[in-house]
Design a protein around this ligand. Structure first.
Ligand code: FRU
Length: 505
């Protein structure tokens, strides 16, 4: 602890209290068969956004929005875990707890932010919440650590006390990076119905100067941009964010050019980072070999008329998980692709591989052999020479067929549909997306099926769809079906994956 840091007793007491609560939950909690196995979850209770993703001293660190007192959102802490491979995670003590006037508010706490390595000091920038003139206001704060485990809050907090004229009380989620010796921070905000990304500069992470609006909505991109992230990919820059008020688009990206002299980002391409219902607030970082990787929270805030709660009432000991890490690259057409990290292959246990086969209308082909979750499936359907009006996969089906999740493709309209309306008696919604980059010869689906979620990647990895589903653990039937005409499956690989990558209840 140095003279630079404060609130130590209050902060450390708040951390110790939260730790005790979580330990008790882990000790007394019973194993929940719906708890994800190949996706990161907290030791117990609620998580939302990934925060502070960083490769620091040969290890990956994942911090996350954490409520250690129950399976719902509450005053935010930063949970913490580390990993050698981004696949297997070891839980660490909670890193940040609300304790100071600037981050103690019960509707706030330590909100989302990011981590940087400042000459060997692991530095976290996060959003705190204060009441000013009766209004809830957000501020930006700093906490540092020399060992990468114990964090102290900076005595000069908040490092940014109030939003600029261009912003509003919604002013949060700092993402920080260094460019040519200067620290930059992008913050999410919105004003008069226009979502914005605001830019700041600093020589030392402590003194910040406002540098203007990096980019803003043209009126169609939502009223508030949560969790903005800004990073180079190839020759281009990418601004990724989770817009509020943009309907079914929960996390989008813009590709364009950055002008550091003016602080302006000019974009000309836009896409969905993931078009499923349960993928939000992705954050990026660079791994040891220079890959740009994103991890997201597998849920999203209420936005659908049929929204009920974050998980079915049967789920009590945990709520929320993190996505599989995805590598972000620019494809030949200037859009982004999202590939699961290769390290995921280390989880493969049993392998089932099929010769090519035909599936006729009315004669679905059951996939037997390996069916226990978690599973990884790679399947390629031949698009040439078929007059099928639809074909697809039924997953996580019950014996009687009452419950199942459908992934169906219409080769004429090129629409891919994810239908979870019969998944579990609780989840709802059918999501369709038109594949634009699709290969004309084949449709390839790469799917990760966990106990209570499905990540689907397709269209040369330019389309991702992620959904939570909560079928009974015994719902294991899977089959391929076709309508209108038969379809050829050119290749099918199924791997059963090893379970338990992050422990917990
Ligand atoms: C996004 C978000 C952030 C905020 C955090 C609070 O999911 O709303 O904007 O910092 O969650 O937990």
């Amino acid at each position: 602890m140095s003279r630079e840091t404060v609130g130590l007793n209050a902060h450390h007491a708040a951390l110790a209290r939260a730790e005790r609560f979580v330990e008790l939950a882990v000790r007394e909690g019973k194993h929940d068969p719906l708890r994800p196995q190949i996706h990161f979850t907290a030791p117990a209770y609620w998580i939302n956004d990934p925060n502070g993703l960083i490769h620091f001293r040969d290890e990956y660190h994942l911090f996350y929005q954490f409520y250690p007192y129950g399976n719902r959102w509450g005053s935010m802490h930063w949970g913490h875990a580390k990993s050698k491979d981004m696949v297997h995670w070891e839980h660490l003590p909670i890193a940040l707890a609300p304790s100071e006037e600037y981050d103690l508010h019960e509707r706030g706490g330590c909100f989302s932010g990011s981590a940087v390595d400042d000459n060997g000091v692991l530095s976290l920038l996060y959003t705190g919440t204060v009441i000013r003139d009766g209004v809830l206001c957000q501020t930006q704060c700093l906490a540092t650590s020399r060992d990468g485990i114990t964090f102290d809050k900076y005595a000069g907090n908040p490092v940014i006390a109030a939003p600029p004229e261009d912003g509003s009380a919604d002013f949060r989620d700092p993402k920080v990076w260094k460019h040519e010796g200067i620290w930059y921070m992008v913050l999410g905000s919105g004003k008069d119905g226009i979502g914005k990304a605001l830019l700041y500069r600093s020589p030392d992470l402590r003194k910040w100067d406002y540098a203007g609006v990096l980019a803003e909505s043209d009126g169609t991109l939502g009223y508030m941009w949560e969790c903005p992230d800004f990073f180079p990919v190839g020759e281009k820059y990418v601004l990724m964010f989770s817009p509020m008020g943009m309907g079914e688009h929960k996390t989008v990206y813009l590709v364009g050019e950055m002008d550091y002299a003016t602080g302006k980002f000019a974009w000309d391409k836009m896409g969905d980072t993931d078009i499923g219902y349960d993928y939000y607030a992705p954050q990026s970082f660079l791994d040891a070999s220079g890959r740009r990787i994103i991890i997201a929270w597998l849920n999203a805030w209420d936005w659908m008329p049929w929204f009920k709660d974050f998980s079915p009432p049967a789920v009590t000991e945990w709520c929320g998980s993190m996505s599989i890490p995805r590598v972000v690259e620019l494809d030949a057409r200037g859009y982004l692709s999202f590939k699961p990290i290769e390290e995921m292959r280390t989880l493969r246990k049993h392998h089932y591989q099929s010769e090519p086969f035909h599936v006729k209308p009315g004669e679905p082909k059951a996939l037997t052999g390996i069916a226990e979750t978690p599973l990884e499936i790679a399947i390629s359907f031949r698009l040439r020479d078929t007059l099928a009006t639809g074909f697809g996969l039924a997953l996580r089906g019950s014996e009687d067929g009452a419950r199942q999740t459908l992934i169906e493709y219409d080769p004429v309209s090129r629409e891919l549909r994810f239908d979870r309306s019969r998944s579990d008696g609780w989840s709802e919604g059918v999501r369709s997306v038109r594949l634009t980059h699709a290969d004309d010869e084949q449709l390839t689906l790469h799917i990760f099926i966990d106990t209570s979620n499905i990540e689907l990647l397709t269209d040369n990895y330019t389309t991702a769809m992620t959904f939570n589903v909560y079928p009974d653990p015994t719902d294991r039937s899977m089959y391929v079906y076709a309508s209108g005409d038969s379809i050829v499956v050119d290749s099918l690989d199924i791997w059963q994956l090893t379970r338990e990558v992050s422990g917990g209840i």
